[in-house]
Design a binder for this molecule. Structure first.
Ligand code: DGP
Length: 136
């Protein structure tokens, strides 16, 4: 049983900010930024690849609703939505969840990616685009 299922079952204490039949949201214990919140389906899908359209749509509605509430309550300077899938992507709890990270001018949260634009030709990009289209 995942740690999030234990939170859903009230076996572990948490600060719950939203709950309905399908989804729960609570403050992330790490508070990477002030107001860092997790939105979690009650059914323990492991990652994004297991989600169906219905839960995906509902989850994102809750993410939007809570982002607006967090903006109103905490007045951050910005906000990131993050979801890690797999160890390589930094996932540590294997029960699907979406991070809402309010951002502040002076916070210490780091999101960084190098720009690899120059590594790819126009043909590389066309091939890449086609690979993704063909897989849908
Ligand atoms: P990720 O690395 O994307 O799998 O994020 C997992 C998050 O879960 C991480 O930011 C810390 C949070 N977390 C882990 N254990 C607990 C817990 O017991 N309570 C709460 N509220 N959050 C937890």
């Amino acid at each position: 049983m995942s740690i999030f299922t234990k939170i859903i079952n009230r076996e572990i204490e948490s600060n719950i900010v939203y709950e309905d039949d399908l989804v729960i949201a609570f403050l992330d214990i790490s508070q990477a930024t002030y107001g860092h919140t997790l939105v979690v389906p009650k059914k323990p899908y492991e990652n994004i690849f297991e989600l169906d359209d219905e839960i995906a749509g509902h989850l994102y509605k809750v993410v939007v609703k809570l982002s607006k509430a967090i903006k109103k309550a905490l007045k951050p300077d910005g906000l990131n939505i993050v979801n890690n899938n797999g160890i390589a992507a930094g996932q540590s709890v294997f029960h699907y969840h979406i991070h809402i990270l309010p951002r502040y001018e002076d916070d210490d949260y780091i999101m960084f990616g190098y720009n690899h634009f120059e590594d790819y030709t126009k043909e590389d990009m066309t091939k890449l685009k086609d690979l993704i289209i063909e897989a849908q």
